[in-house]
Design a protein around this ligand. Structure first.
Ligand code: UT7
Length: 349
């Protein structure tokens, strides 16, 4: 014993999710792509998704979700705003300062996290670190995506999966033993496989190459089958490591909330972990793959549907471009704001 007090934990106190009102069904996609409702449902589990209208972009989604999370946490200020996104407002500067300003939080720390579909958990890890280091006592963590702005409308593999939306949480300094405390976090990456998910054009690599970009290189590109295999392997391993560090067995998990990449991927990971289907949460059928927004949107949906409540032991895990992966655990807190029902219409807070 060195007598040193353990650093404060980040405790979940607020949650909000927001989806743009416009719904795109599989049949809508069939009208412009060589695909079918049957293929999309059976291969991905998706039946519809939400997309922004022209003129809306990531910051607007982030502000909606962020405001709901702050409200559910009792309002007030935060010391830091972190936005995880694959679709920043601009290449430079980051989106988070703009979001903070629109939320009336000018002056606070604000930065973006770029880890594609793993972005929310990486952003949460950043919040955990800021709180543990004493840099912040209250942090707003947002995952927000306007994927429809980077998807090639002619690429049937990605156009049927990815969608728009935003989810957010508030975490505050507290005790590692209290419900809501974010457990040990597992983070990893493999940049040798950075080409599996990429937008090849627009960055310094392409700009300094002297080569003009092909139009399709401005869009999100994915080697789906390879990503699929890695997603199952890496997410399972990260989730197992997070369980081990928390001192939990798979049988201790009341609710598994995996990043909603593809319903088949989520099932395969659940099977590998030995978590029965009735303990897994999913909303991909209604929202598609919303990348960095996926986990907080799923949290909000699962609470709203009554399948996640105080005392439930929760496992979160995600995988995405980079490649990147992450997982963590928490016991669901009882705070009133986290029990708000789903707002009718487009919100899921
Ligand atoms: O969010 C984190 C990162 N992303 C992911 O984790 C996504 C990972 N990958 C996937 O979810 C799946 O690989 C996809 C949904 C993208 C594709 O599903 P799949 O079962 O892996 O299909 P596939 O790529 O092996 O393609 C099977 C067939 C191909 O036709 P052939 O070559 O067998 O004749 C594709 O051309 O399905 C075809 N195909 C489609 N057919 C109808 C691919 N996309 C479509 C489509 N509609 N939308």
């Amino acid at each position: 014993m060195n007598g040193r007090a353990s650093p404060p934990a980040a405790v979940l106190t607020g949650l909000g999710g927001w989806l743009p009102p416009r719904v795109v069904t599989n049949d809508d996609l069939v009208r412009r792509l060589d695909t079918s409702d049957e293929w999309i449902r059976s291969r991905t589990g998706i039946s519809r998704r939400h997309v922004i209208d022209p003129g809306m972009s990531t910051a607007a989604l982030a502000v909606e979700a962020g405001a709901l999370a702050l409200k559910s946490s009792g309002g007030g200020d935060v010391d830091s705003v972190i936005v995880a996104t694959t679709t920043p407002e601009r290449l430079c500067p980051a989106t988070a300062p703009l979001v903070a300003a629109r939320l009336g939080l000018t002056g606070v720390a604000a930065h973006d996290v770029s880890a594609v579909c793993t972005g929310f958990l990486y952003a949460l890890a950043s919040a955990v670190g800021q709180i543990a280091a004493g840099l912040a006592r209250r942090v707003l963590v947002i995952g927000a995506e306007a994927y429809s702005t980077i998807i090639n409308p002619l690429d049937r593999q990605t156009a049927v999966i990815f969608a728009d939306g935003a989810g957010a949480v508030v975490v505050e300094a507290g005790s590692p033993d209290e419900p809501g405390a974010i457990g040990p976090m597992v983070l990893g990456s493999d940049g040798e496989l950075s080409d599996l998910i990429t937008i090849p054009a627009g960055g310094s690599q392409q700009r300094s190459s002297g080569q003009p970009a092909r139009p399709e290189d401005h869009y999100f590109q994915m080697r789906g089958r390879d990503v699929y295999r890695h997603a199952v392997e890496r997410t399972t391993a990260a989730a197992q490591a997070a369980l081990e560090r928390a001192g939990w067995q798979a049988g201790d998990v009341d609710r598994f909330l995996p990043h909603q990449a593809n319903a088949r991927i989520c099932s395969a990971i659940g099977d590998e972990l030995g978590i029965p289907a009735e303990r897994r949460a999913g909303n991909i059928d209604r929202v598609g793959n919303t990348a960095a927004a996926s986990i907080p949107l799923l949290m909000a949906d699962t609470v709203a549907s009554g399948l996640l409540g105080p005392g439930d032991r929760v496992l979160l895990a995600a995988f995405g471009g980079g490649l990147t992966w992450a997982a963590t655990t928490l016991t669901w807190p009882a705070s009133a704001g986290l029990r708000q029902p789903t707002h009718p219409g487009s919100s899921t807070a």
